[in-house]
Design a protein. Structure first.
Ligand code: ADP
Length: 724
């Protein structure tokens, strides 16, 4: 279908003009099918087609048209922050039509009223769920919800959130669900009362095969021969002038394979490429993981996994798209995340280790990895090849190449998410009694799928009882639910009620003995925190440490036979890390000591920031002692920035992080007064302080330094003199 034909379907002329401007003349067949349904007239639609076959474009046409024609707001839900950023950049294009686009992720305790001014709001499901609970005033203006990666309804820890959002909004707004191909897309569409467009069409043909000891069995029955080792597939792709993406099952394998491949493919690089790659590598921070990354990078290979920092990840993604990096070895997080296609995708592992031992990776996931093969505009076909090691190649062919992906199942059955959702229904969404609760639950995918409320009712009952027992809610003589302050706040803070209960139970001990280790251990013990793993060889030292610090803890040390023992050691390890962090142990040392990656450290710090804030907010409900509250607030700032108490003042200045604050302090600038009175030239002598930083600090105090002339002058004067 030509883009012009969209006019007859009611698409605004301005959209067609901009599509042509973007070089899009013709719609892909599934896009045409999708737009020919009644989606442009407001009917719900589930669009289940492979990655990169143009789902986003359909979403763009539908939402922009709706905004231009009817006004109102679109919420675009994504599963990951990185995807929110990607979509934000893509949708900016529509600002040309006066459409205002915003993105919101972290901070779960806010109404974000500023979003009221925007037409499209991109948010993670968790963030949007928290906005619903806060009853942001603009929520009522939403007339379209787009759920990207709606197949994540079936994801164990995040599915329930998305499911509940859709259950809340399905009678208030149009829903457009974008899905990978799953086993039961019909069922999802039925639940949402939506049309379904399903297709296997791809813009670049996909050829799939299984490799076994030098033989590559293609799905059409043909066989191609290579040297025995699978890395010959990578080398072959490079010989063809193409790139490869290798999926493995662990971070360490990704690193190891990257380094091994690096040695073999360096010869394919041109001199200018080598220079550019070296520049890229030199620009990276020096952490233990980055050392390996740098080595691989200079040879044209990178690994990509959740342990990398954000900067590293985006550098790698950009350099791969540019063609500078030839091979990426990745864990499956990449296949669910950003758009990063390659000519050849190699899947080294089809099993992974879980708590229950080795398990097969689901077909849905492997097919998503395979879907990354083929770069539109560059490749005529993409190739996805699974490596058979001990498995029989024909089994892998049957299961992953020819087989259908699994069905999705509602994850409302996950106790932790369900607990938090039931509380929210009562405290934030006006569900007044058990009957109303059950009525609402009938709108869920869970009910649609199983048609048997009994199990859900049973679970809901035990949760209601838990909430009642622990004073999250009250129940009056007429069986009406009454939200209590603890319940209301817990729900707004987006906490698992079990976390809130742990906090509440610890307040008495905390008041008697407020101290960082005890508090960190408490935070680490909640279900909202993901604690570090403990290796067997670390157990003894950690236990010794716990006994040494026993007087600071708010809980007893469990016996080793106790099932909680290992978990406790993990919590202790996490608490110890946080203690190092606020005592200004340097980042690299922390990464080495705890054998974690940058990405892990920042995930822990992000969680702790939110939990520390929540701890303070809940403590405020329990007749707080001012000095304890003060202690907690200071500790919160310390853990946010990773500083000792003496830096609390300096850290409030713009562009001053833990390193610069420490350098200033050690040079004798101990507080804001010292900075104000100091000559800029003196400040410039401090490590890490350049004119850019000084400019920002001066601006912070309302002093502008617009021209270079003035910058020169400022070196002589002090901020204090400016004030005069
Ligand atoms: P998906 O969301 O299904 O993963 P995208 O919407 O990101 O896929 O599309 C992948 C790429 O294809 C994007 O770069 C997009 O601009 C481009 N594209 C989508 N539709 C068309 C089309 N009809 N003609 C040309 N390019 C298109």
């Amino acid at each position: 279908m030509k883009v012009d034909e969209l006019k007859s379907l009611g698409v605004d002329e301005r959209i067609l003009r901009l599509l042509r401007e973007r070089g899009i003349e013709e719609l892909y067949p599934p896009q045409a099918d999708a737009l020919k349904t009644e989606v442009l007239k407001g009917k719900n639609l589930v669009l289940a087609i492979p990655t990169a076959s143009g789902k986003t474009l359909v979403a763009e046409i539908v939402m922009i048209n709706k905004i231009l024609r009817e006004g109102g707001k679109t919420v675009y839900l994504v599963p990951l922050k990185a995807l929110a950023e990607e979509k934000y950049k893509e949708f900016k294009f529509w600002e040309k039509l006066g459409i205002r686009i915003a993105m919101t992720t972290g901070d779960y305790d806010s109404t974000e009223e500023w979003l009221g001014k925007y037409d499209i709001i991109i948010a993670t499901s968790e963030k949007f769920d928290s906005l619903l609970r806060h009853k942001s005033p603009w929520i009522k203006d939403i007339n379209l919800v787009i759920a990207d990666e709606i197949h994540l309804l079936g994801s164990y820890d995040r599915g329930a959130t998305l499911e509940m959002i859709l259950a809340h909004l399905d009678d208030k707004a149009q829903i457009l669900g974008l899905s990978a191909t799953v086993g039961n897309a019909e069922e999802v569409a039925e639940w949402l009362n939506a049309d379904l467009v399903m297709s296997e069409w791809r813009p670049v043909a996909l050829r799939k095969g299984v490799f076994y000891h030098g033989e590559l069995f293609w799905e059409d029955g043909s066989i191609e021969r290579f040297p025995t080792q699978w890395d010959s597939l990578v080398i072959d792709a490079l010989k063809k002038g193409k790139q490869a993406l290798v999926f493995v099952n662990t971070r360490r394998s990704a690193e190891k394979e990257a380094l091994l491949l690096a040695g073999k493919i360096q010869r394919f690089l041109t001199k200018p490429e080598e220079r550019k790659l070296k520049q890229l590598a030199d620009g990276l921070d020096t952490t233990p993981t980055n050392q390996k990354l740098k080595e691989a990078l200079t040879k044209g290979v990178a690994f990509h996994h959740a342990g990398l920092g954000r900067t590293e990840r985006s550098i790698i993604e950009d350099a791969f798209r540019e063609g500078l990096i030839k091979v990426i070895t990745a864990t499956p997080t990449l296949s669910a995340g950003v758009n990063l296609p390659a000519y050849r995708v190699i899947i080294r592992d089809t099993k992974r280790y879980s708590n229950f031992g080795w398990v097969d990776i689901p077909v849905l996931e492997i097919q998503q990895m395979m879907g990354r093969a083929g770069r539109p505009k560059y490749d005529i076909e993409g190739q996805a090849i699974i490596i058979a090691k001990t498995e029989k190649p024909e089994d892998l062919m049957k299961r992953y190449v020819l087989g259908k992906p699994e069905k999705l199942f509602s994850m409302l059955s996950n106790e932790a998410s369900f607990r938090s959702q039931v509380l929210a229904l009562i405290t934030n969404f006006g569900v007044g009694n058990f009957k109303e609760l059950v009525n609402f639950l009938e709108r869920t995918f869970y009910y649609h799928q199983r048609k048997n409320l009994e199990a859900l009712e049973g679970k809901a009952k035990s949760i209601v009882y838990f909430l009642f027992e622990n004073e999250f809610i009250d129940i009056d003589l007429n069986d009406q639910f009454m939200p209590l302050p603890l319940g209301i706040r817990t729900s707004q803070l987006y906490l698992d009620p079990v976390t809130a209960k742990k906090f509440k139970d610890a307040f008495e001990k905390l008041e008697k003995n407020p101290n960082p280790l005890g508090i960190f251990q408490l935070l680490a013990s909640t279900p909202d925190m993901s604690s570090l793993r403990v290796k067997r060889k670390e157990q003894e030292d950690l236990l010794d440490y716990a006994y040494e610090m026993e007087e600071y803890l708010y809980q007893n040390i469990p016996y080793w036979e106790d099932y909680k023992f290992e978990k406790f050691l993990g919590e202790t390890k996490t608490a110890k890390l946080l203690l190092d962090w606020i005592n200004e142990v340097n980042d690299v040392k922390i990464l080495e000591t705890y054998e974690i990656d940058t990405g892990d450290l920042y995930r822990i710090l992000e969680l702790v920031d939110w939990l520390m804030y929540s701890l303070i907010e809940l403590y405020k409900l329990f007749d707080p002692k001012p000095e304890v509250l003060d202690f907690l607030k200071k500790l919160h700032i310390r853990v946010k920035h990773g500083v000792r108490e003496e830096l609390l003042e300096l850290i409030t200045l713009p562009m001053i992080g833990r390193k610069r604050a420490r350098a200033l302090y050690n040079a004798g600038f101990k507080g804001i007064d010292d900075i104000v009175r100091a000559k800029a030239s003196e400040l410039l002598k401090v490590e890490g302080i350049g004119i850019g930083v000084i400019e920002k600090i001066y601006q912070h105090f309302g002093v502008e330094l617009p021209t270079n002339e003035k910058k020169k002058k400022v070196k002589k004067g002090t901020l204090d003199e400016f004030f005069k």
